[in-house]
Design a protein around this ligand. Sequence first.
Ligand SMILES: Cc1cc2nc3c(=O)[nH]c(=O)nc-3n(C[C@H](O)[C@H](O)[C@H](O)COP(=O)(O)OP(=O)(O)OC[C@H]3O[C@@H](n4cnc5c(N)ncnc54)[C@H](O)[C@@H]3O)c2cc1C
Length: 518
Amino acid sequence: MSRSHMLRQLEEVALWDIVIIGGGATGLGAAVDAASRGYKTLLLEQSDFAKGTSSRSTKLVHGGVRYLAQGNVKLVREALRERGLMLKNAPHVCHNISFIIPSFHWWQKWYYSIGLSAYDLLAGKLSLGRTTLLSKRNTLERMPTLVSRKLNGGVQYKDGQFDDARLAVNLAQTAETYGGVLLNYCKVTSLTKTGTRLSGLVARDLVSGSEFNIRCKTIVNATGIFTDSVMRLDETEHEPIVSLSQGVHIVIDKKHFPGHTALMIPKTDDNRVLFAVPWHDKIVVGTTDTPVGETSLDPVPLQEEIDFIIQHINRYLSTEIQSADIRSVYAGLRPLVRIKGTNITSILPRDHTTIVSKGGMVTITGGKWTTYRSMGKHAIDKAVANCGLEKKTCITESIKIHGYSHEADQNDPLFIYGSDAAGIRNLMETDPSFSGLLHPGLPYTRAEVVWATTNEMALTVDDILARRTRALFLDAAASIEAAPLVASLMAPLLGKNSAWQMEQVSEFSAIAKNYLMH
Ligand SMILES: Cc1cc2nc3c(=O)[nH]c(=O)nc-3n(C[C@H](O)[C@H](O)[C@H](O)COP(=O)(O)OP(=O)(O)OC[C@H]3O[C@@H](n4cnc5c(N)ncnc54)[C@H](O)[C@@H]3O)c2cc1C
């Protein structure tokens, strides 16, 4: 993917079929769908792909055991089907993983195993494996640091896990393969109308400052927590439809929770679930559900959210986690569809909603990462029906996502790149210095910076350390120390000078300081 190539196409095409605003899971899913059906497709993202909510998830590809307990069978069935498709079509970024719910009362094992067996059944042919009951000894073998007092065993079930920001980049690349044009750092600033119908939009390239007047047949608004502000560009009197809820995760070293199995705590003090999930050789623990009023691309975790997570995880571990054990802490904002009369975000549904405005813009919001493909399909179906484009069949169920590879070795540090790993290895062979690590505490090489800058449209140090690699999420202090090296590797590739490098390091450090424990 090359940004200059994308910009050239933006200038050359006089009329787009579909323009998608927002380059998170939902917008990228819509872009893959629209481009693969053969529509002239443009996606515009104001920051980097997945900079918003889509890089800050719990990293689960799941039906949502919690939603089953709430009786939302329709959402769970759809998500389980999508889970199966994600694991089939993107096996380099999504895989299955075992979860254990520990049991401390005689009835718990049976109670949870009945619920989880229903979860397996709903997955049908796409089930990842059967739920099993474990003895106390088997539970502790899989989770040696689990508290053993009063433990009487556990229930083991299978679900999916992924790397959210890596999948986002791969979706952009997939859309490009089908002729889609996707631009990061390009913000939609206004919408244009012919009569009462929307007929285009104005976007600003935040890199060059240039403004583009873009004509199109239809617009999809997939802007997550920014949904209402884009709807207001269309209808100034628009009533907000999105409530924001913040979710925080802490990341700790694997020594505190060794093994390959994830822990699911089925009931927190605020009646939700909490996970501790092995991810890239660390453990991600979360999450919280805190109503917030302000949108932000860099939300900041609250101390009480961090305390809540530490308190809950410590009830289940034989060793105590302290603040000093936290390598990174990150926050994300859920775009939840509002229900009048409540501001308790944890009870708001996780289903998605589509709305077509009088001017013809299709807004899609809510949902989950796991349902990105079906959300993309719904949005494009609506957009096509609404603007009179010729109907074409959706083919995304069987599209292999960029990087697809079934042969890759899971122990290969470049496994996540799938078929692109060969290109990165090639860089290391051409210049052996590229095999050097960015930092002794991070599993990433210099070659990955070069690769992401030349092939994955990374433009800033934050793009590299937060989303092309996941350094910031794995170890915030190490990523701050790696920033100058990353800037120096990127600068010659982007034609930038030393002042740019200094600016980048300082901008990244300002972002990253919110991932550090104080
Ligand atoms: C804490 C947390 C944990 C979660 N865990 C999971 C999980 O484990 N599994 C799961 O399936 N789901 C999970 N989710 C849900 C999932 O992450 C979200 O549903 C999904 O990422 C939302 O994607 P989106 O594309 O709608 O929004 P976003 O990712 O926020 O994308 C919207 C994009 O629109 C862009 N934009 C806004 N305005 C403009 C404009 N004017 N011009 C151009 N671009 C614009 C923004 O910059 C942003 O990048 C979790 C969510 C949270 C918050």
